[in-house]
Ligand binder design. Structure first.
Ligand SMILES: Cc1cc2nc3c(=O)[nH]c(=O)nc-3n(C[C@H](O)[C@H](O)[C@H](O)COP(=O)(O)OP(=O)(O)OC[C@H]3O[C@@H](n4cnc5c(N)ncnc54)[C@H](O)[C@@H]3O)c2cc1C
Length: 405
């Protein structure tokens, strides 16, 4: 069997590794627009923070694989001919396939003021991180207060760069947390030395005689070496669209990760799958979720029909000042009951959201040891057998929480 995988990151690589185990006779070609061996995108901010080298980001090398596996790096898949079952690359060459995986991920959203010529970058690829690192000498502005924005600002701080965050929302992590919880994170960031401006946005950016100025809507002007935009991502759907494959917000797949075209599957940040906490189709842009989907895609591509069960959003944010773990849904939908306990003297909070008696979301701040269990309860929609108040108070052990089957 001739298998082509487009994208060699979390989803593509997980599919490849699974196929190498369960279909060792398959001939597999992996195409990547990036020129690097597969590396961890999640660690890019550590690279920015000088705490990891490029080599340490690398996950695997083409030479780790058997001779039936071929990597084509630095080439883009431009078009899929779903009738002839071929993929055309940017150098004009064509590859045939029996089964194809689209694992092309997502791209960072680039607002209208984005211009590399004005030292304004996004952070999605290793090349982005290199450009940011090369350009930043002493001062940086990071736009956006989500997980990636905060990780980026922290990475720059670790690099000894004076960093200012500009956030449109009234407080950081507004998509996930309520104001009272988010203020802990905001205070930690400020105490570490990151400047935070909320309820503001960029109106314009100018570069004149090597001086970069960031003009905010409020009238403030920030001087910086670089602007890093962390305003979210959008799934990469151009290839699928151009090839006549059904796309909504992301590429449409069924529960076997099959697209609308025969023998073509999709996995990772480029496709929409079931969010178990919301119970609806969603793009869950996370590394472990992409890995899981790559694994299920491989099973289905090799004829081992297996239903992908869906997943939930989860995030961990660790700095020298705090550790936040969140999963599922805590706000933004009706019918949620949220239990929470804040212990300011210990710099801790625990929050759990329920729909009925089923936990659907959590955020634990500086108490990571109990968080993993809750992520699993949410994923499996397992009701609690103890009072939620006891959980948020930290008064129960793991065995108290699990319901006997
Ligand atoms: C700075 C940063 C920090 C992050 N931190 C975390 C974290 O802490 N935890 C977490 O769970 N997630 C994190 N993420 C998100 C995580 O990295 C993504 O969810 C994950 O990488 C998605 O994997 P993927 O395989 O779907 O796609 P991607 O990683 O986006 O990779 C897609 C690949 O396909 C290639 N490609 C695209 N189009 C084509 C084409 N036409 N032809 C050939 N190749 C193509 C791209 O160049 C890319 O190499 C972070 C992301 C960033 C940017």
């Amino acid at each position: 069997m001739n298998i082509v995988i487009i994208g060699s990151s979390a989803a593509g690589l997980s599919c490849l590794n699974t196929l190498c185990k369960i279909s060792p006779q398959a001939k597999i070609t992996v195409i990547s627009a990036e020129r690097y061996s597969p590396y961890s995108r999640c660690l890019l901010t550590y690279y920015l923070g000088n705490s990891m080298t490029e080599q340490e980001l690398t996950i695997s090398s083409p030479s780790d694989y058997p001779s039936d596996v071929r990597f084509i790096l630095g080439q883009k898949a431009e078009q899929i001919d779903t009738q002839r079952k071929t993929v055309r690359l940017s150098d004009g060459k064509e590859l045939g396939y029996d089964k194809l995986l689209i694992a092309v991920g997502a791209d960072a959203i680039k607002p209208k003021y984005y211009a590399e010529g004005k030292r304004t970058f996004t952070l999605r690829y290793l090349d982005d991180a290199k450009k940011i690192a090369d350009t930043t000498k002493g001062k940086a502005v990071v736009l956006g207060g989500g997980f990636v924005g905060i990780k980026t600002a922290y990475g720059l701080l670790e690099r000894n760069i004076k960093t200012d965050m500009v956030i449109t929302s009234p407080y950081p992590l507004a998509m996930v947390l309520d104001e009272a919880s988010a203020r802990y994170i905001e205070k930690d960031l400020v105490d570490m030395g990151i400047g935070i401006t909320t309820r503001d946005d960029v109106a314009d950016i100018s570069l004149h005689k090597n001086a970069l100025k960031v003009y905010l809507s409020s009238g403030r002007v920030l001087e910086s070496d670089v602007v890093v935009v962390g305003k979210g991502v959008k799934p990469s759907v151009d290839l699928a669209k151009a090839s006549g494959i059904k796309v909504n917000e992301g590429i449409s797949v069924n529960e076997y990760l099959e697209t609308s075209a025969p023998d073509i599957f999709a996995a990772g940040d480029c496709c929409e799958t079931i969010d178990l906490a919301r119970n609806k189709l969603q793009i869950i842009g996370l590394w472990p979720v992409a890995v899981e989907q790559g694994y299920f895609a491989a099973l289905n591509m090799s004829g081992n029909r297996s239903r992908y069960p869906g997943s939930i959003a989860m995030n961990s944010l660790k700095t020298k000042a705090f550790h936040l773990i969140s999963a599922g849904l805590l706000k933004g939908e009706p019918g949620l009951t949220v239990y929470e306990k804040h212990i300011p003297s210990r710099k801790q909070f625990r929050k759990i959201a329920f729909r009925g008696d089923v936990p659907v979301g959590m955020a634990f701040y500086n108490c990571p040891e109990e968080a993993g269990l809750f992520v699993n309860l949410i994923k499996k929609a397992m009701p609690l057998i103890v009072k939620p108040e006891k959980v948020v108070n930290g008064d129960v052990s793991i065995s108290d929480i699990l319901k006997p089957l």
